[in-house]
Design a protein around this ligand. Structure first.
Ligand SMILES: [Zn+2]
Length: 74
């Protein structure tokens, strides 16, 4: 008799957020993340990084007219 075919091992990928092995199948609806929480956290971080970029650098006001013309204070 031929040897029994071993059960197919589901492909696993590490969760991009916490590194836990995630089964790459329909059983893991949040793949490549291990859970909804990791997916939301990672997505939130990504969005936060994008939103943070304009504020992280130098102020983008060099091309604008003097502040007095834009923000009259008197
Ligand atoms: Zn995770």
């Amino acid at each position: 008799m031929p040897a029994p075919t071993p059960a197919p091992t589901p492909t696993q990928v590490p969760c991009p957020h916490c590194g836990r092995p995630v089964e790459w199948s329909a059983a893991s609806p949040f793949r490549p993340f291990c859970c909804k929480r990791c997916k939301l956290i990672d997505l939130g971080d990504w969005l936060a990084e994008n939103h943070r970029i304009p504020d992280a650098g130098e102020p983008l006001e060099e091309d604008q007219p003097p502040a007095d013309q834009v923000w009259p204070t008197h």
